[in-house]
Structures are given as structure tokens and as C-alpha cells.
Design a protein around this ligand. Structure first.
Ligand code: FE2
Ligand code: FE2
Length: 195
């Protein structure tokens, strides 16, 4: 037998609470994702000359709807309550999707890239966490993650990084900051330097 100390394991209750939390958060995330694409399609889905992006958005929304349906079933099977914030996720997702689509196709793709990057990283963490505890669920999450990665890659191919950057004033390019702030970044004391 090995003399290695056995790391403490959380009790059953803690484990099932963690699993419930994972499912609840993932369900909410997929609900948000469906509504982001729905919001984008509300703006770009019917517009003439937008057939290409309309088709892409419909396909991605279809994947998100499948992910959401799976989490719906998992919540029921494992008797986990969905988030009470579901109406907020629906509304916020739709507003984000429609809002970015109104800025144009590339802005819509930039939104997709940003959102899918967060979601795939989130899944990657959960897959690592569940690999031993719940390999079946980890395998399902892995499939979803691959689809999120494909969505992100498509958005990048379609010009997500060419979208005009919208940044809050004073953030981003340091050369656009007022001189006082540039000095602070460089560690120059404006009073001593006489500026
Ligand atoms: Fe998804
Ligand atoms: Fe996705």
C-alpha cells in the first residue's frame, strides 16, 4: 500500500451541491446564448443581402437550443432547480444580441467571439473538474465545448476582429489618454515634472 496521504474528499452533500450549481449555471448560460442569437437574428435574420449571416446565426442558435434542451432534461433528471434569474438572462441575452447586431455584422461576430470564448473556458474548467467524478457528464460538456469553439472560430473567420472597437472613454490605447493619465501610467509625477 502507498504511504501517500489521501487528500480529504468532500462529502456527498457537498458534491451533489456542486453538481447542482454546475448544471444551474450551464443551463442559465445556454439560455442566454439562445437569446443572444435570437436577438441577432431579429435584426439580421430577415434583412435583404444578409442571407449568409442569417444562416450562420440560425445554425448556431440551433446548437444552443440543443444544449439548452439537454440541460433542461438534466435539471429534471437530477432534480435541480433552474436559476430564478431566467427572465433576466433571456432579456439580457436578447438585448446583447440585438444591440451588437445593430452595429453591423462584424460587431455581431465580435460579440459571438467574446461570449463563446468565455463559455468554452468555463466548460473547460468543468470538464477537468468532472473528469473523475462524472465522466459521462464531462463527455457531454466536451461535445458542447467543441461546438462553442466552432462558433468562436466561425466568428473570427467572418471578421469578428475587424469590428470597430467600442471602448469606454479613456480605456484602451494609452496614447489617447489625457497627458496627466499617461504620466501616471509611466510613474511620472506631473507636479514635479512641471507639467
Ligand atoms: Fe451552447
Ligand atoms: Fe455557442
Amino acid at each position: 500500500m502507498s504511504d501517500k496521504p489521501v487528500p480529504p474528499r468532500p462529502g456527498r452533500g457537498a458534491m451533489s451541491a456542486r453538481l447542482a450549481e454546475i448544471l444551474r449555471v450551464d443551463h442559465a448560460g445556454e439560455l442566454g446564448a439562445v437569446h443572444i442569437y435570437r436577438g441577432q437574428r431579429a435584426v439580421l435574420g430577415q434583412a435583404p443581402g444578409r442571407e449568409r449571416i442569417a444562416g450562420q446565426l440560425a445554425e448556431m442558435e440551433g446548437h444552443e437550443a440543443e444544449h439548452l434542451a439537454r440541460f433542461d432534461r438534466l435539471l429534471t433528471e437530477r432534480r435541480v432547480r433552474p436559476t430564478a434569474m431566467a427572465p433576466v438572462w433571456r432579456l439580457a441575452g436578447f438585448a446583447l444580441g440585438a444591440g451588437t447586431a445593430l452595429l453591423g455584422e462584424k460587431a455581431a461576430h465580435a460579440c459571438t467571439e467574446a461570449v463563446e470564448t468565455v463559455i468554452e473556458e468555463h466548460y473547460a474548467g468543468q470538464i477537468a473538474e468532472l473528469a473523475d467524478r462524472d465522466p459521462e457528464l464531462a463527455a457531454e460538456l466536451s461535445k458542447f465545448r467543441d461546438e462553442e469553439l466552432a462558433h468562436r472560430d466561425l466568428a473570427v473567420e467572418e471578421g469578428a476582429r475587424e469590428a470597430p472597437r467600442v471602448r469606454p472613454a479613456g480605456r484602451g490605447d494609452p496614447h489617447r489618454l489625457p497627458r496627466r493619465h499617461q504620466d501616471q501610467r509611466k510613474g511620472v509625477n506631473p507636479r514635479r515634472s512641471g507639467r
